[in-house]
Ligand binder design. Structure first.
Ligand SMILES: *Cc1c(COP(=O)(O)O)cnc(C)c1O
Length: 360
């Protein structure tokens, strides 16, 4: 069920792939999932989830966490010491959207590596800090695949392998923020483990494109995950009958990966429609991404008029869309983001494309 605007067709919610509700089949699976005390290691559903996700990612072990933020922050905490520096792609989630966690919880700072369709080894090396008496050494690199703010773009297996070995050769650990690693693998039609292999640790979300209500996982060696389990407890997220939520994640892991290509196909439909509108003179600019997945960034209004109106064109546009049954955030400066997911059908995306173009 989609959110209803009073007395009208249900809204087409393109704000985020986190807005999905559990399906009827998922709720059935949750209702009958066996549970136990997970802090005693006795929750069978949690144990199944951790084993299956580790296996899919080709890692020895996994830890279920309530959020992707916690999975990333535990990894940062374990791979660094206070005063260290993290090499991270520009605009990465663990810098922008994790409430300053790296600074607050682990006492580390960031250096940003330019990124986009490529993550160049030379760019990584140019930001690398040595360990000497004056410096805050680079001890961890974080790679986000797919990268949200870079337009949901995919880094290929060759690209992540080259980036990770560049860092490793400099003695730097490598963590993958793979909240949407599933989308990257679906795009490349490769096993997830090919994208996970170069990394010491990988965080994945079940609550994004996979459509589970709650949860993420942090994967790595047995020894790393045992240390992660202790940090999770220390930070207050040791859970008891966690199988109640792990079941939704397990169902999503088993049944919703194969359908991600549909989200990507629908996103391309929307992108093509907006590109055609732009070519025919509408004030729409579509972010150019070589390997797009389920995210689309575009800008409305003429840049000059928008600068003068302090971005009000974007607010007015998203208000008009909402009025016509399409929900989307205005991110500022006329930029909006559309996200396809489990609840967006072909008919929805066709209707959304028509409304986006008509109002553009
Ligand atoms: C959503 C997301 C996360 C984790 O977010 P939570 O809301 O804490 O689960 C991490 N990285 C990226 C790139 C994300 O999109």
């Amino acid at each position: 069920m989609m959110p209803a605007l009073s007395g009208r067709m249900p809204a087409i919610d393109l704000r985020s792939d986190t807005v999905t509700r559990p399906t009827a089949e998922m709720l059935d699976f949750i209702a009958t999932a066996p549970v136990g005390d997970d802090l005693f290691g006795e929750d069978p559903t949690c144990n199944d989830l951790e084993r299956e996700v580790a296996q899919i990612l080709g890692k020895e072990a996994a830890l279920f966490t309530p959020s992707g933020t916690m999975a990333n922050q535990i990894a940062i905490n374990l791979h660094t010491r206070p005063g260290d520096s993290i090499l991270a792609e520009e605009n990465t989630h663990c810098f922008l959207y994790e409430a300053g966690g790296a600074a607050a919880l682990s006492g580390v700072q960031f250096d940003f590596v330019p990124t986009g369709d490529e993550l160049q080894p030379a760019a990584i090396l140019s930001r690398l800090r040595q360990d000497n008496v004056n410096s805050s050494p680079s001890t961890l690199m974080v790679v986000e695949n797919t990268h949200n703010k870079a337009g949901g773009r995919v880094l290929t297996v060759d690209q992540v392998t080259a980036a990770a070995s560049t860092a490793r050769n400099a003695g730097v650990k490598v963590h993958c923020d793979g909240a949407r690693l599933w989308n990257a693998a679906a795009y490349l039609r490769c096993p997830e483990q090919d994208l996970a292999r170069p990394f010491d640790s990988v965080a994945v979300c079940f609550s994004k494109g996979l459509g589970a209500p709650v949860g993420s996982a942090l994967c790595g060696t047995v020894e790393f995950v045992a240390r992660a389990r202790k940090i999770r407890k220390r930070w207050g997220a040791g859970m008891r009958q966690a199988g109640v939520i792990a079941a939704g994640a397990l169902f999503a892991l088993r049944h919703h990966r194969a359908r991600l290509a549909e989200d990507h196909r629908r996103l391309l439909y929307l992108r093509d429609a907006l590109c055609r509108a732009a070519a025919s003179g509408k004030h729409i600019e579509v972010m150019n991404v070589q390997r797009p997945t389920n995210l689309l960034y575009f800008r409305v209004g003429s840049p000059v008029a928008d600068a003068l109106s302090l971005g009000r064109a974007g607010d007015a546009y998203s208000a008009k869309l909402a009025d016509q049954g399409v929900l989307m955030f205005h991110l500022g400066g006329g930029w909006l983001r559309a996200v396809t997911h489990l609840h967006i059908s072909d008919a929805d995306i066709e209707r959304a494309a028509e409304i986006l173009v008509r109002n553009g």
